[in-house]
Write a protein that binds this ligand. Structure first.
Ligand SMILES: [Zn+2]
Length: 882
């Protein structure tokens, strides 16, 4: 039986503590491809803080109940009620008791990939957010913490490897059978969403790690047979993460083993199950021939992220799913800091902000906008969003900016100490920072409650006679769904005043505020900040390091922005100054394109890009970022309404052509100077050189000259690593139609046995901005390499088309919208989570021009009308249309 009705919304304000607690869970899992048997023994007791005399209500989903006993005695059929979503014991004795529940599930038929399922023959589980109820009846909520012991049994031939949470206790043969078993015990109480088990035929690599206090931990990474050679980088990243968390946050690992398993069919990136992380294999497997530099960086970040959850998420978990950002925002912040320490901090910051603006800002501006901590949901699976993760991380980063390094660490130490073993809330988290620093964070907490991106407008005025400089700051926050009235936020605005010599002037505020640290505390709708002893006209450098996730508007001239692009001591703002000039040109050029006119590329912008390119003191990875022209999504977001993706594409292509033409000699020289020296290494410095060289290759090819396309062809043929090979392939695919098909065919022929590389090939073709893309995508859904059942394949092809090909997804004839709507309708019956994620690609549909807007709306309505639409998809479509 399945849940098919749209559930009523769950509201934060309705939270009640659980009526029953569970101290220990003993699971006996007998794996079988179509009938796995689970016997769960739960030691339960009434919660003193719960409602007295309550029934026991256990969640369930698609379970077949075989037997049920209370303290060893079978329960009479009148004592309990089973529905598709719950098992209820109507009048249980109000004392400690033991329930034993036997259920049977079919892992092979589990296409939702939630609960217990098989991926390429390997048994695995995914329980966050509500998958455990698909294994056994249980109070499936994060504030019920128990100690788990799990016995796993399987055919030895089918599943020689049996893994569970915690530490291994015993293993052996099941006498007289071809089966074997393993027992695992996890001493740390945990919510059921952190439960996991794995059974399969897997190879592994192992290493030891010695913790700060000298405890030895056995590390294992399990992969499909024959793929261990590609797991080395993940292992290296894991060990570095463990050391970093000890050094930076004082967090030491707490079990004897730590295992990671890579599986091919996975709805998410990875999952932090206690002691047994399960990963989408895309984020484990890497070799120079199959993974790009970006893949390596992602693997490093995601290995770190899931490992860091051991403290922020597992040792301290969430009271309820409204608090999801408590573990996710905080842990994203931690993995961002880890990558910043391991690589270039400015480059990491720039790429994180680009991600935020590219994904989270549009979410905040559209019908799916929600606070970092939502106050109601219909389907929690739909809240694993850029707002909860990336904006959630920005909120933690602002805390650090406000409190300083030491104050932040003091708050974190208190949090890790005070709430170890708890299921905590955002209020608990903030109270630690307030208590450790003696500050009031009441207004700051609005960042968790108010959705939308604050708009901050700043104007500066220099008083020559009075030798003072004034910054006038205005903040506003537009209404968002469900929130018509907004309160002013606390905005930590990091700034500098850059003097004519390019150096920062000393900041002497006239109000005794803490602006000496370079951070203005904006708390009012309007505020002025005056600085004394400013003898020369400064250029203000605002929101340095992107200190607050706001949309900043200034009255700065292009000349001032160019000055910052050359001199700002803050690398983020150096980057951002050029981006601001380019973006403002692209907005105007788009308007001109719609009117059938063309705007020449601004000389100042070309000159600024040229200066950055020629500045030999800059980090190549930084230059690569600084040379990038804002994306079509960036321009659409800046325009905000009546968006015509074709006009944006035209304006951006024209600008790239002009830059290419003007800077060709310099680009070619830098390209030549950064030719690879020695064998491939994924380290940050080498990756930065490749990024710059490839950016030059791309910009040169944007000019469309024969020479530049021949260069791309040679680059493709001569590449000895996936970064260069795939980058050249994408340059050819986008810029050289005549060379495209042969290059795509050669690439496929070479990597056809490797699904993760074939995903890149699928994704690239889905992104080609020409009308044939639609037929190409349709055709590829019939390709033997494609499978609707595998989320990675679907995301690569359909997800890339919807998310990264704006002109073709938003085709004026509506065919792009229809293709994605058809895919969503088709996928929804099998994998509702995947369908809902794809559907979220419509998030900015209201900002389109009227014809495309009507077509997007029609497609959404068609999805909405599909009989039996899942709660996941109907929630997204309902909010999108609402
Ligand atoms: Zn996470």
């Amino acid at each position: 039986m399945s849940r098919d009705a749209v559930p009523p919304p769950v509201r934060l304000g309705d939270y009640l503590p659980p009526d029953w607690l569970i101290d220990t869970v003993h699971l006996d899992v007998r794996l079988h491809p179509t009938a796995s048997r689970i016997i769960a023994r739960l030691a339960m007791r009434p919660n003193p803080e719960g409602r007295e005399g309550s029934p026991i209500v256990l969640d369930g989903d698609e379970l077949s109940l075989k037997s049920l006993t209370l303290d060893g005695v079978p329960l009479a059929g009148t004592a309990y009620v089973v529905t598709p979503t719950a098992l209820t014991l109507l009048a249980p004795p109000q004392r400690a008791l033991t329930l034993e529940i036997e259920t049977v599930v079919n892992p092979s038929a589990n296409t939702k990939l939630m609960g217990l399922y098989r991926s390429s023959g390997t048994y695995c589980t995914q329980c966050e957010a509500e998958g455990f109820r698909r294994i056994t009846y249980f109070p499936d909520r994060p504030d019920v913490l128990a100690v788990y012991t799990t016995r796993i049994e399987a055919e030895r031939e089918e599943a020689p490897v049996l893994l569970g949470n915690g530490n291994p206790v015993e293993s052996g043969a099941v006498e007289g059978t071809s089966r074997h078993y393993a027992v695992w015990h996890d001493p740390w109480p945990k919510p059921c969403y952190l439960f996991a088990l794995v059974g399969g035929r897997l190879d592994r690599i192992t290493e030891d790690f010695v913790t700060a206090t000298g405890k030895k931990v056995a590390l294992g990474i399990y992969v499909e047979p024959g793929k261990t050679e590609r797991a080395g980088y993940a292992m290296d990243a894991l060990k570095r993460s463990m050391r970093w968390d000890e050094e930076v946050f004082g967090c030491e690992y707490d079990l004897d083993v730590f295992n990671i398993v890579a599986v091919a069919d996975f709805n998410m990136g990875a999952m932090e199950n206690k002691g047994l992380n399960i990963f989408n294999d895309k984020y484990v497997l890497a070799s120079p021939q199959t993974a790009t530099d970006a893949d390596y960086a992602n693997i490093e970040a995601i290995i770190a992220h899931e490992y860091f959850h051991n403290w922020t998420g597992n040792r301290i978990t969430c009271r309820d799913w409204f608090q999801l950002c408590l573990k996710e925002g905080l842990t994203v912040f931690r993995d961002q800091e880890f990558s910043a320490d391991a690589r270039s901090r400015p480059v990491k910051r720039i790429s994180d902000v680009r991600l935020l603006k590219g994904h989270q800002f549009p979410e905040d501006a559209g019908p799916l906008a929600h606070p970092v901590r939502p106050d109601s949901y219909r389907e929690i699976n739909n809240f694993y969003t850029a707002t909860v993760y990336e904006k959630g991380a920005e909120v933690v980063r602002m805390l650090k900016t406000l409190l300083g390094d030491e104050g932040f660490r003091a708050g974190m130490d208190l949090y890790l100490d005070r709430h170890d073993g708890d299921a905590a809330t955002v209020e608990d988290f903030l109270a630690c920072f307030a208590d450790a620093n003696g500050v009031d964070l009441t207004q700051f907490a609005l960042w968790y409650a108010q959705s939308g991106t604050p708009q901050v407008t700043v104007s500066g005025c220099w008083d020559e006679a009075g030798r003072s400089y004034t910054l006038d700051v205005v903040q506003t926050l537009a209404p968002t769904p469900g929130q018509s009235e907004k309160l002013p936020m606390v905005i930590p605005l990091a700034i500098g005043l850059v003097g004519p010599d390019g150096a920062d002037m000393p900041l002497t505020p006239d109000d005794g505020s803490n602006a000496e640290r370079g951070v203005l505390l904006v708390t009012q709708p309007r505020q002025s900040f005056v600085f004394r002893d400013i003898a020369q006209r400064p250029v203000p450098s605002l929101n340095r390091g992107f200190s607050a996730p706001v949309k900043l508007t200034t009255d700065m001239s292009t000349a001032d922005l160019l000055f910052l692009a050359r001199h700002d001591s803050d690398p983020f703002n150096r980057f951002d100054a050029t981006q601001t000039i380019a973006l403002s040109h692209l907005v105007q050029a788009t308007a001109a394109a719609r009117a059938g006119a063309a705007l020449p590329a601004p000389d100042a912008l070309v000159a600024a890009l040229g200066a950055t390119l020629e500045d030999g003191t800059l980090d190549p990875a930084f230059v690569a970022q600084a040379l990038s022209i804002p994306s079509e999504t960036d321009v659409a977001r800046e325009i905000g309404e009546d968006v015509d993706p074709d006009a944006i594409h035209h304006a951006r292509t024209t600008l790239r052509q002009a830059v290419s033409g003007a800077l060709a000699p310099a680009l070619a020289a830098i390209y030549a100077r950064h030719a690879p020296a020695g064998i491939y290494s994924p380290d940050a410095a080498s990756a930065g050189r490749r990024a710059l060289r490839n950016t030059c290759l791309d910009l040169l090819a944007a000019g469309g000259t024969e020479e530049s396309l021949a260069r791309a062809q040679a680059h493709f043929e001569g590449a000895d690593n996936m970064t260069d090979c795939f980058f050249a392939l994408s340059v050819l695919a986008h810029a050289a139609p005549q060379a495209r098909e042969a290059a795509l065919a050669a690439f496929h022929e070479r990597f056809r046995e490797d699904p993760l590389v074939v995903d890149k090939w699928l994704a690239l073709q889905a992104q080609i901005a020409e009308p044939q893309a639609l037929e190409r995508v349709r055709g590829l859904t019939q390709h033997p390499a494609f499978a609707w059942s595998n989320p990675n394949r679907v995301r690569a092809l359909i997800g890339s088309f919807a998310g990264l090909n704006p002109t073709q997804f938003h085709r004026i004839d509506g065919a792009g919208h229809d293709l994605v709507a058809d895919a969503v309708i088709d996928i929804d019956g099998r994998n509702p989570q995947l369908a809902a994620r794809l559907l979220a690609a419509f998030k900015s549909w209201r900002s389109l021009e009227p014809v495309r807007r009507a077509s997007a709306e029609a497609a959404l309505r068609r999805v909405a009308e599909k009989p039996g639409l899942s709660p996941d998809a109907s929630d997204i479509v309902g909010r999108s249309l609402g």
